[in-house]
Design a protein around this ligand. Sequence first.
Ligand code: SF4
Length: 223
Amino acid sequence: MPRKRSPAEEHAAEPAPEPAAAVEVELPALTPPGDTLERIREDIGDCKRCRLHEGRHNIVFGVGNPHAKIVFVGEGPGEDEDLQGIPFVGKAGQLLTAMIENTAKKEGIPLSRADVYIANVVKCRPPKNRTPEPDEMEICGQFLFRQLEVLKPKAICVLGGTAMRALLGGKEGVTRMRGKWYKWRDIPVMVTYHPSYLLRAYNTGPKREAWEDLKKLFHFVYD
Ligand code: SF4
């Protein structure tokens, strides 16, 4: 009597399936032609692409002048931002506004917060304000990159290490990178401290350095 074949032998005896005909899949372009801020917001929709959607109240898309010459990029929304749906409106945001407007005034540059654009790497508040995880930054970062491509500012200012790493990569700290120019897709990038760090800084050194960074940024863009 012939021996019963094991399931593995049965499977091995089956003819190999014909390879399926290749189907062309159209992937969305990284930056779709004719992209606009409105279209990006529509594409985000009621986003659940990463775990950060779980605790959010509002998606914090970005705010400011769509023709801004400078875009500030932070890490992610905090509590106030999550509740209001607007980036940089809490204590750190108020400090950022004061930094922008006081520096511009001292340098004789007519610039207010309303003239710039402000956005974050992730658009939903991380729980307990933790740093966004790399996968969250990668998923949400695509929207930030599209915003930057649409806005095409004359310069970008990254606030703090997380935003710096999202745009420039690398592992260096802000202290080493700040005050110098880099590039993101041909757009000059200035690195400086996140205002929430400046609120906690023990001495005035970092505040003075951040003021120097903004001075350099504003003169580059407006001179
Ligand atoms: S953080 Fe970004 S990718 Fe994640 S759920 Fe919010 S909008 Fe979507």
